[in-house]
Design a protein around this ligand. Structure first.
Ligand SMILES: [Zn+2]
Length: 236
């Protein structure tokens, strides 16, 4: 990734300075690049300012890097603002190069990102949730610390093919958490990463079959309020 500066998204004046600095750095990075085994991506910045985002998308696209990253989103702005910025940026990017939305995100964010033309994501969420004993599931996020799992002999997700789900019960993972055994975080990370990868595998199949846009509302409904559903269960 080229250097970039992530600004306060609502500060237009500073976002413009940060965007211009990001563009200068991108040019320097392209000139400095020597190794043939790396794919240098430029990064689009511009806060939640449509004019800056459009200017940045056009400038970074003009550098002809192998792929293009969209930075400075998922930094505290609303989901509506993030979607609005993607709607400004992605139509201005070349169609034959991967677009990478940095630091995103939840299952819903992945679905909404692909709907807007994004190809690549990265996020700490699967491992961060694992450290907090939480697992992705279509039932809503499961907090394995919850006493209701103490004698639950099922895997986290019956339909999941990950090592954790094929090997261990919810009750055993809860036991590890209660015993403060770090293996709990490892097993939950394996499951959470696999859950997102399985979602993306399904999305790739749907895109290839030309049915993703049609199926996306159902996928979004399945994953909607996944986080809130955990809170509801914990207060039951
Ligand atoms: Zn699993």
């Amino acid at each position: 990734m080229a250097f970039d500066e992530c600004s306060d998204p609502n500060d237009h004046e500073y976002s413009k300075l940060a965007m211009e600095r990001t563009h200068r750095w991108a040019e320097i990075c392209v000139k400095a690049k020597r190794r043939g085994d790396q794919a240098l991506f430029g990064i689009v910045q511009g806060g939640v300012q449509p004019d800056l985002r459009a200017a940045s998308a056009e400038f970074i696209a003009s550098l002809d890097t192998p792929g293009i990253a969209i930075g400075g989103l998922s930094v505290g702005e609303t989901k509506e603002e993030m979607h609005a910025m993607l709607d400004v940026v992605t139509p201005l990017l070349p169609e034959n190069k991967p677009r990478y939305l940095m630091g995103v995100g939840t299952p819903e964010d992945l679905i909404n990102g692909v709907l807007r033309g994004v190809d690549i994501f990265d996020c700490v969420l699967p491992t961060r949730l694992a450290r907090h004993h939480s697992a992705f599931s279509l039932e809503g996020r499961l907090n394995l610390m919850n006493a209701s799992f103490a004698r639950d002999e099922r895997p986290i997700d019956e339909a999941c093919d990950c090592y954790t789900c094929r090997t261990f019960t919810r009750a055993y993972i809860r036991h590890l958490i209660v015993a403060k055994e770090l293996l709990a975080g490892t097993l939950l990370s394996i499951h959470n990463l696999r859950a997102l990868i399985r979602l993306m595998e399904q999305i790739r199949i749907d895109v290839a079959d030309g049915v993703f846009e049609e199926k996306a509302p159902l996928l979004l409904e399945q994953w909607s309020n996944n986080a809130q559903r955990e809170l509801m269960r914990d207060t039951e």
